[in-house]
Design a protein around this ligand. Structure first.
Ligand code: ASP
Length: 406
């Protein structure tokens, strides 16, 4: 009997096939074939993921809270999660900056005269905080505003716990609906290999020719920093907190990493991120809370990209950054990555905030905008890997705590 290939292997084959198909289409001069005929199927697949992600997040967080039965436990997991996310993001940007400085001599010089870039207006910090709290329960669900969906789920979860026996019917409904959503999600996830192929081929075919010699070095610096960060920070954290071999971790995480790479959307990848984490042994009550939060606020890859691009833009304009400016970059890139939505291209918009904070010309973004997708694919893969590492770590910490308490 033929053995069925695991989803991870299928997705890997789709990745390799997508890259080859993209390169072949460039070679035969028909990149538009991928855009016209493959991309629509990739978009359908992403739409399906986005369609299921809000109910999955909403019901799995509520179900997770109900199963914890304790508001304090949620607060304790939440506190540890946010601490982990902030620390790893700060390390990510430091790695990006150090590597940029080591290699910026290789960048060459681009012409910056006549650059134009209309920066979208970014909102202040208070408005960002206000925006976390929904003023009605429907719009955030309809618009997939993840942070607000999480807040709604938290309130309903706490409400159900506090209502006790009278909340039982709602709790049963949530648990049953959660199961149904998971089944739908499983079905959509089975389509990932097709989705990855149809998303990746056009991405390669469209961007391949744009990676000019001048941009190649800065791309290499960003990708090196992504890889170093994952190899050091995630390996160390899963090994030291969860006793898991890094190889096992990356193997288990790879289907989500590949989908994130192909789709450039952390939120779109979330259903698969949750599945991979659970297969790696993370607890459901942890993944259901830590991963949606991570897909919204934890963006290590984006922070690296912002650091690398800031140094690149400064050097193209012949500006030397001071130590004070570098510290400002670490701070603002950490904040900017929190504010970045888990959708394609969002990190580039937030790069504006980092550039403005150190007085660099925002028009510099025009230098990197043409190949943003290529940066984005790598940074999204790192973003979701960081979320999965956190879920593994927090889950292990919870196991230890309960082991001690028992
Ligand atoms: N595309 C990234 C993500 O979804 C965000 C970004 O643009 O940096 O994680």
């Amino acid at each position: 009997m033929k053995k069925k290939l695991s989803l991870g292997v299928q997705v890997l084959i789709a990745l390799i096939a997508g890259v080859i198909a993209g390169l072949v289409l460039i070679w035969i001069g028909k990149p538009e074939f991928a855009t016209d005929w493959l991309k629509p199927f990739g978009t359908i697949f992403l739409n399906l993921l986005k369609f299921i992600v809000v109910p999955v997040v909403l019901f799995s967080i509520i179900a997770g809270i109900i199963s914890m039965k304790d508001v304090r436990k949620v607060a304790s997991i939440g506190g540890k999660t946010i601490a982990y996310y902030l620390c790893t993001t700060a390390v990510a940007i430091i790695i990006g900056l150090v590597l940029s400085y080591a290699l910026k001599g290789t960048y060459g010089q681009l012409d910056t005269a006549g650059l134009e870039y209309a920066a979208p207006s970014s909102q202040g910090i208070m408005q960002t905080i206000i925006n976390i709290f929904p003023s009605n329960p429907i719009t955030p669900l309809a618009n997939s505003t993840m942070l607000q969906v999480i807040v709604i789920a938290l309130f309903f979860g706490f409400g159900i716990i506090l209502a006790g026996a009278k909340g039982k019917a709602t709790a049963d409904f949530v648990e049953s609906f959660n199961e149904v959503c998971m089944k739908i999600m499983d079905f959509i996830i089975k389509l990932s290999p097709i989705g990855v192929f149809c998303l990746l081929t056009p991405a390669i075919a469209e961007n391949g020719p744009k990676i000019l010699k001048d941009m190649l070095m800065v791309l290499i610096v960003a990708y090196l920093a992504y890889i170093i960060h994952a190899a050091i920070v995630y390996s160390l954290s899963v090994k030291s907190f969860a006793g898991m071999s890094p190889l096992k971790f990356f193997k288990g995480a790879s289907p989500a990493m590949i989908l994130a790479f192909s789709s450039a959307s952390s939120v779109g990848t979330l259903p698969l991120t949750m599945e991979c984490s659970e297969k790696l042994g993370a607890r459901k009550e942890v993944t259901s809370f830590v991963l949606p939060l991570g897909a919204t606020i934890n963006m290590d890859g984006t922070a690296i990209y912002q650091g690398v691009c800031t140094v690149f833009i400064a050097s193209m304009f012949g500006i030397d950054l001071t130590i004070g400016q570098l510290l400002t970059i670490i701070l603002t890139a950490t904040l900017a990555s929190i504010g970045t939505a888990g959708v394609p291209g969002a990190g580039m918009v937030m790069l504006t905030m980092v550039l403005v904070s150190v007085g660099l010309p925002v028009e510099g973004i025009a230098l990197v905008a043409g190949i943003d997708r290529v940066f984005d694919m790598g940074r999204t893969a790192i973003n979701v890997t960081g979320d999965m590492a956190c879920a593994t770590v927090i889950s292990a910490l919870e196991d230890k705590k309960e082991g001690k308490a028992a």
